[in-house]
Write a protein of this length. Structure first.
Length: 132
């Protein structure tokens, strides 16, 4: 948007990680990751927001295990946020969201989607006020 309150962003990169499991011990990997992120302000005053994230990660493990060396992790999250009170531009928000995650890089986790739903309050202390 013109005020840069709402955005759609694609980020990608590569990193190094270590994973410790009881069965396989330390495992190191180079992990490629990409994410599509959405932050959308639904009203002009900024009191209602929609957040979304779709993440895809592909760790390539250096040591061979009983699983493939090339694994995958996927995550999807949608969240709605409503500012219920703002004192001196410091908001207290109600949030609710749903999400899911799937991964096949842990030997004790089945390769299927796991879903979660949550609700809560978010307090943003010392957040800079939005531009008007």
């Amino acid at each position: 948007s013109a005020r840069q309150d709402s955005f759609l962003r694609l980020r990608t990169g590569i990193g190094f990680e270590r994973l410790y499991t009881d069965k396989y011990g330390d495992r190191s990997a180079m992990t490629g990751s990409s994410a599509l992120e959405l932050d959308w302000v639904l009203d002009p005053k900024g009191f209602h927001n929609l957040h979304g994230e779709l993440t895809w990660e592909v760790p390539r493990y250096f040591a061979a295990t009983s699983k493939d060396r090339l694994a995958r992790r996927n995550r999807l999250r949608i969240q709605y946020e409503a500012v219920v009170l703002a004192i001196n531009d410091q908001p207290i928000s109600f949030t609710t969201g749903i999400g899911g995650e799937r991964r096949n890089d842990l030997p004790v986790v089945t390769d299927s989607w796991a879903f979660v739903a949550d609700a809560g309050l978010r307090v943003s202390l010392w957040a800079p006020p939005k531009r008007r």
